[in-house]
Design a protein around this ligand. Structure first.
Ligand code: HEC
Length: 145
């Protein structure tokens, strides 16, 4: 019986090790990297289907800063839409949010960058297809920070 339990634990740890090649949280004092046995539940379901999830900070912000910052920043931001931080970006214009997570067709942000049913943004100068696709996918994936 014990032998089986040990084998099962071993398999679990091997599985965990395979699923998480890098430790991405350095929050606590990592003085026990591999020896915890009772606290580890092993409920890591990610690692199987890793579609790259876009995030505002690493994927979207650079595009927005390069293309929108010029007119949408600070107190004088057009339509009150200030893109200088994720918080203000998420707040949207003085009329409200410019996107709904997961809803591309209902998001003003997606419309303006396509010039489709809304004013073209940036005005008179469409961004590259790649940038437009990235922003669209980001909204579709849930608009992660
Ligand atoms: C050259 C200046 C300029 C740039 C660059 C610019 N905008 Fe604008 N934006 C405006 C102006 C001006 C308005 C106000 C509406 C108008 O007068 O056309 C506006 C309005 C908006 C609105 C509100 C539209 C509405 O119908 O309520 C959104 C959303 C928006 N911009 C998003 C963006 C995004 C996203 C970018 C970058 C991809 C961007 N803008 C780049 C000038 C700019």
């Amino acid at each position: 019986m014990n032998k089986f339990a040990i084998l099962a634990l071993g398999a679990l740890f091997l599985g965990l090790a395979a699923c998480s090649p890098k430790t991405d949280e350095g929050g606590t004092t990592g003085d026990e990297p591999t020896t915890t046995s009772s606290t580890e539940g092993g409920t890591s379901t990610e690692g199987e289907n890793q579609v790259a999830t876009l995030s505002y900070a690493s994927d979207i912000e650079p595009i927005i800063k390069a293309n929108c910052m010029q007119c949408h920043v600070g107190d004088g931001a057009k339509e009150g839409f200030d893109v200088s931080s994720f918080e203000s970006f998420a707040k949207g214009t003085s009329h409200g949010a410019v996107y709904t997570a997961g809803d591309t067709s209902g998001s003003l942000l997606v419309k303006v960058i396509n010039g489709d049913g809304a004013k073209q943004m940036p005005p008179g100068k469409k961004m590259s297809d790649e940038d437009i696709a990235k922003i669209t996918s980001w909204v579709e994936q849930g608009a992660n920070p």
